[in-house]
Design a protein around this ligand. Structure first.
Ligand SMILES: C[S@@+](CC[C@H](N)C(=O)[O-])C[C@H]1O[C@@H](n2cnc3c(N)ncnc32)[C@H](O)[C@@H]1O
Length: 296
């Protein structure tokens, strides 16, 4: 008898051929075969949510929660559809669900979406800290596959990468750009103070997984040396609040950044707008920011 995993593989093939309806049908068959196949609930929810079929997506997330009441991937899926409370930040197991399993295809996927945030943030770092002289202690927060590593290396005396995902860290290690790679959660690691202090902290495409910016802003300024720079991007929001949207990311508005990255935590912030990447063929707008810690 064909098992659920086999139907999931057929579903992936159908998706690769651009046939969403067939992919969905295979996943439904997988669940008829094995109603406990959690992976199929997750994938059905995600595919339908990203295709704009929110009601169907929500039904599958609810079915998943009926069987697995603590399932945070389903909970976050419903929250992204506006049918549940938005978290303060994406939970660790959801971050791993998104990134750890897909690490191998992360860079190819992002190149296909014209992702350019690391290349945008590096000149902003240079504008703040001067041209690359290899004399800065730099932390790459949510370093992922290490995309920023080779760009930051010329600036760095010490370059540390931090990420939750072991599979992403393996890819970053292969770049040979970092002095140290640390597996850990950003807030926990910074609040624990175990990484030391830095001239610059860079976070490319990471702050969009945080809704509540205040704890992050506070932990980061404490991890910066006097006049140190936090260089990061967010997905541009239309309001002055963080909004959790259907793609499962937060948007943040300019006023919000100006309010959070302000005295007394930060001496000043400078914001510029750019296109982060595309999604379904449309540009995703970003705000890139350099927030400078107070001088000693
Ligand atoms: C979109 S990727 C960006 C990776 C890299 N900075 C880049 O520009 O390609 C986001 C990364 O942030 C990590 N991440 C998200 N939230 C995190 C958290 N709370 N603690 C540690 N890592 C986190 C993910 O594991 C993932 O590798």
């Amino acid at each position: 008898m064909t098992d659920a995993a086999e139907f999931r593989r057929h579903s992936q093939d159908a998706l690769a051929r651009g046939n969403l309806d067939l992919a969905v049908a295979y996943l439904q068959t997988a669940l008829r075969q094995d109603p406990a196949d959690r992976e199929s609930y997750h994938t059905l929810g995600r595919l339908l949510r990203l295709a704009g079929r929110g009601d169907s997506a929500a039904a599958w997330y609810k079915a998943c929660l009926h069987r697995y009441p603590d399932d945070s991937v389903a909970r976050m899926g419903l929250a992204a559809l506006g049918q549940g409370p938005a978290p303060d930040r994406l939970p660790d197991d959801v971050v791993l669900y998104i990134f750890d399993r897909n690490a191998k295809v992360y860079e190819t996927n992002m190149e296909g979406l014209a992702y350019r945030i690391p290349e945008t943030l590096t000149p902003m770092l240079a504008a703040e800290k001067g041209t690359a002289r290899g004399d800065l202690d730099i932390l790459d927060l949510g370093c992922g596959s290490g995309w920023c590593g080779p760009l930051l290396r010329p600036f760095a005396r010490r370059l540390v990468g931090l990420d939750l995902s072991p599979a992403m860290l393996d890819l970053a290690r292969a770049k040979n750009a970092y002095d140290e790679l640390v597996e850990g959660e950003i807030l926990g690691a910074l609040q624990g103070g175990r990484l030391g202090t830095f001239d610059a902290i860079v976070a490319a495409n990471v702050v969009l997984y945080f809704g509540k910016l205040e704890p992050l802003a506070e932990a980061i300024t404490k991890s910066l040396k006097p006049s140190g720079a936090f260089v990061f991007d967010v997905e541009k929001g239309a309001t002055d609040r963080a909004e959790f949207h259907s793609a499962g990311r937060f948007t943040h508005g300019r006023q919000l950044l100006e309010r959070v990255f302000a005295p007394p935590l930060y001496a000043r912030s400078r914001i510029q707008e750019t296109v982060m990447r595309t999604e379904a063929g449309r540009p995703v707008h970003a705000l890139c920011c350099v927030a400078t810690a107070p001088a000693a």
